[in-house]
Design a protein around this ligand. Structure first.
Ligand SMILES: NC(=O)c1ccc[n+]([C@@H]2O[C@H](COP(=O)([O-])OP(=O)(O)OC[C@H]3O[C@@H](n4cnc5c(N)ncnc54)[C@H](O)[C@@H]3O)[C@@H](O)[C@H]2O)c1
Length: 162
């Protein structure tokens, strides 16, 4: 089943988790002009994620017009204006399931909910959700993730060559 794209006017992309993957996903969206909100319970990670984004836009696009990037602790505040939510919390299945249960309550009804979970289908995270939630939930193979794989691969090749 396809997803009806929600309006993006005055709305943001929310990334849950500002760690290794989350901050790269956040930066890639902001580099293409989307306003981004990162939610991370760790103050240190929030500061690190913002710093990464402010210094790395150029790695993702040459666009001059960047989106804004902010980082907050509170989940409700983070998803209040989200048209797209990208989950990048630690690889803990129970945490991911409870995160999606919270999103069902807190995110706008038309927001698209995605997870970078790659070893399982997203249906395992939303199995006990209400009927409107599963159809707007998707696994997301993000370009920032593919890019990380390529960087790791080329670093491994260089290391092997030296
Ligand atoms: N790093 C990779 O190469 C990679 C690749 C593919 C998929 N992933 C997946 O992406 C997810 C994140 O991986 P990572 O490497 O970025 O992990 P990470 O540990 O670097 O970052 C996770 C972040 O989530 C934060 N966090 C903890 N609880 C949270 C919550 N309830 N809500 C929001 N944030 C919370 C942590 O403070 C941390 O900053 C994992 O599921 C992982 O398997 C990672």
């Amino acid at each position: 089943m396809g997803i009806k794209l929600p309006s993006t006017d005055g709305r943001v992309v929310t990334v849950l988790g500002g760690g290794v993957l989350g901050r790269r996903i956040a930066c890639s969206w902001a580099a293409y002009g989307f306003d981004v909100v990162i939610r991370d319970p760790s103050k240190e990670q929030r500061i690190g994620a913002i710093h990464y984004c402010q210094t790395s836009f150029g790695q993702y696009s040459d666009k001059e017009e960047r989106g804004s990037v902010s980082a907050v602790e509170d989940l409700a505040e983070a998803v209040k204006l989200a048209w797209l939510v990208i989950e990048a919390v630690p690889e803990n299945i129970n945490l991911k399931i409870s995160t999606f249960a919270d999103l069902e309550k807190l995110a706008a009804a038309d927001a698209i909910l995605t997870s970078g979970l790659i070893i399982k289908r997203i249906t395992c995270l939303v199995a006990s959700s209400k009927p409107p939630t599963a159809p707007r939930s998707r696994n997301l193979i993000h370009l920032a993730y593919l890019r990380m794989l390529l960087l790791h691969k080329s670093a491994a090749v260089s290391a092997g060559a030296s």
